[in-house]
Write a protein that binds this ligand. Structure first.
Ligand code: HPA
Ligand code: ZN
Length: 368
């Protein structure tokens, strides 16, 4: 009875009596970003494997790790480019062996993301690395899928799964992983392409993308920053392979022609400011996120491999990006609008998320 009476009173507050002041200092900007309804599209589940969980899984699976403590392990996460990062990342995932391990990994990420107001996530995983170690695809996809269902039910975060081909392994290995996964295609939303780009152009996987598309899956691919032939790779992805998204892709700002093409096709870019590194031009760094936004490209901001990047999840990444790229509150809302528009979901679900985002912006007095 009391609750029933309280609700109309709260609703009766006139708009002028509610706080509708756009964030104007660091503290209110941080609160605004923390509460912002968010979506994430570029997060590698194996890249969310925190050192603490690595120790717990190693113990459960009777494995020993080459570090005595969590702190020592975290201190070893030093890399200077994509290959040196990938070595640490693939070494780290050796502790993932059972269905329960994949459940714990995915549930851990989804809980963290939900606590930061991520309403929806599409998450990458790297099956080839697990199949290589004799882990059945059923354990990998099964554990992640069970975690997705539980997280949706208990903490209200929706998610989907994208299988990545590891571009530095053979085309045959990627095809084996796709064939193993296709009987479970109802648990996947798309395929992607990750790992070391050097000498591994996207067309190496043309057949794989075609097969996945024929099976009803969406197609995205990494074009990491400052790679050899990066603009050619972006062009191949957009034109020849008809990628629906580009993951990273920051060097596109160096080609007005490719930017115009991506814009005309409405291609989303999943930018990860923590990892992508600065796009370099004539030895000088340029701010790709700022330039992509200013050019009118559809850009979302993402955390990539947070466990290896100072445990900075989406809120911390956005706080940093806001400062580095001088993002206005309206631009932050625009980024999340782009994010929800990027999602491979039914329109009614998208409309629900967008309504929450617009209501939040309005509550803060932020207009586009
Ligand atoms: N790029 C390429 N491969 C990866 C990445 C990335 O951002 N993260 C994990 N594997
Ligand atoms: Zn990535």
């Amino acid at each position: 009875m009391r609750a029933a009476m309280a609700a109309p009173l709260a609703c009766a507050l006139p708009a002028w009596a509610r706080a509708a002041t756009p964030p104007a200092d660091d503290e209110s900007m941080a609160r605004f970003i923390a509460g912002l309804p968010k979506a994430e599209f570029h997060v590698h589940l194996e890249g969310t494997l925190e050192a603490e969980m690595k120790f717990a899984l190693a113990q459960r699976n009777g494995l020993s790790l080459p570090y005595a403590t969590v702190e020592e392990m975290k201190r070893s996460y030093i890399y200077h480019d994509l290959p040196s990062f990938l070595k640490i990342y693939y070494d780290g995932m050796q502790v993932l062996l059972t269905e329960q391990d994949f459940y714990d990994l995915a549930y851990g990420y989804l809980s963290k993301a939900a606590s930061q107001n991520v309403l929806y996530a599409e998450m990458f995983f790297d099956p080839q690395e697990h199949l290589k170690r004799g882990v059945p695809i059923e354990a990998v996809i099964g554990g992640i899928t069970r975690a997705r269902a539980d997280a949706a039910k208990t903490i209200g975060i929706e998610s989907q799964l994208i299988l990545c081909f590891m571009r530095d392994l053979s085309a045959e290995s990627a095809m084996e992983a796709l064939d193993a996964a296709l009987p479970h295609k109802d648990k996947l939303i798309g395929v992607g392409l990750d790992s070391d780009e050097k000498d591994n152009p996207p067309e190496k996987f043309a057949e794989h993308f075609a097969k996945a598309r024929a099976a009803g899956l969406h197609v995205t691919m990494h074009c990491d920053v400052n790679q050899e032939n990066t603009l050619e790779h972006i062009r191949t992805a957009l034109v020849d392979l008809q990628a629906e998204r580009i993951d990273h892709g920051g060097n596109i700002v160096q080609s007005p022609e490719l930017m115009a093409l991506a814009k005309s096709k409405g291609i989303p870019f999943t930018v990860c400011p923590t990892f992508s590194g600065k796009v370099m031009e004539d030895g000088h760094p340029i701010n790709a996120l700022r330039e992509m936004l200013d050019a009118g490209l559809k850009v979302s901001v993402n955390s990539d491999d947070p466990a290896y990047m100072g445990s900075e999840y989406i809120t911390e990444v956005l706080v940093r990006a806001q400062k580095d790229s001088a993002l206005t509150p309206a631009e932050l809302v625009r980024i999340e609008r782009h994010a929800f528009e990027t999602a491979w979901i039914p329109e009614a679900q998208r409309d629900g998320y967008l309504a929450k985002l617009e209501a939040y912006a309005q509550d803060w007095g932020v207009t586009a």
